[in-house]
Write a protein that binds this ligand. Structure first.
Ligand SMILES: CC(C)(COP(=O)(O)OP(=O)(O)OC[C@H]1O[C@@H](n2cnc3c(N)ncnc32)[C@H](O)[C@@H]1OP(=O)(O)O)[C@@H](O)C(=O)NCCC(=O)NCCS
Length: 208
């Protein structure tokens, strides 16, 4: 059982989080992670998490394999009124996912996400973006944007399949955007108890 540790007063409770600062969510393989708001105290754990990502994952996230991870951890763990982050812990308390947005103007924010190599493809990236979008929407942010390398098919799939994002290729990157309200689409398509085809697990299908 993962304990809730997020108590940063700057951070609102995620919408749909049931009023708790930490929410237990189930992944596609049946395992659970706890998702909670990030705080500046997470910087050391984030540095360790980012350092542990494979070189290719770091390249896809930071657009260079030689990113200064200490600086990146400092930047992504910063708190304030115009940014918000979520952390996912596995059942052993290890940080296995992180997502953040930084507000660009009154209605737009840039979003970024990382999932531990061994947990990719189990729905965590989608869940983190979905929860982040609920918070952003409640703060008046209507559009999420992201710069994604065109070869980053996993990230583009998450945005397109879950959130009906639109992307435009420009200057070597895909500029992605989608309404924060699209978290409802992702919840409907991939929320707990649903499969990728939108049918519920109890509609005569085998458990995965
Ligand atoms: C990109 C990244 C965050 C994706 O995270 P993830 O947890 O692997 O993504 P998900 O498991 O949510 O989604 C993967 C796929 O499963 C699908 N999916 C998600 N939840 C699902 C569910 N419940 N049932 C069926 N399919 C599901 C997604 O639509 C996506 O589609 P695809 O199979 O066509 O690729 C992860 O690969 C990563 O950390 N990469 C390195 C860092 C990086 O590139 N960050 C982004 C920089 S902008």
């Amino acid at each position: 059982m993962v304990r809730a540790t997020g108590d940063n007063p700057e951070q609102p409770v995620p919408a749909g989080g049931g009023g708790s600062a930490s929410e237990l969510v189930r992944l596609r393989d049946g395992s659970s992670v706890a998702v909670r708001p990030a705080s500046a105290r997470d910087e050391p754990a984030l540095e360790s998490f980012l350092s542990g990502l494979c070189l290719e994952a770091r390249r896809l996230r930071f657009f260079t394999g030689g990113a200064d991870i200490a600086s990146a951890a400092h930047a992504v763990s910063a708190t304030g009124p115009h940014r918000y982050g979520l952390i996912a812990h596995d059942e052993g308390g290890v940080l296995v996912g992180h997502a953040t947005y930084v507000q660009l103007d009154r209605t737009r924010a840039e979003v970024g996400v990382e999932v531990a190599d061994h947990l990719q493809g189990r729905g965590l990236g989608t869940i983190l973006i979905e929860r982040l979008a609920t918070v952003a929407e409640s703060r008046g942010i209507t559009l999420f944007v992201a710069e994604v390398l065109p070869e980053n098919h996993a990230m583009l799939s998450v945005f397109h399949d879950g959130f009906d994002a639109r992307s435009t290729f420009h200057d070597g990157t895909d500029a992605v955007e989608f309404p924060t309200a699209s978290w409802r689409l992702a919840r409907e398509r991939f929320g707990e108890g649903r499969r990728s085809d939108g049918r519920r697990r109890d509609e005569g299908q085998l458990e995965e």
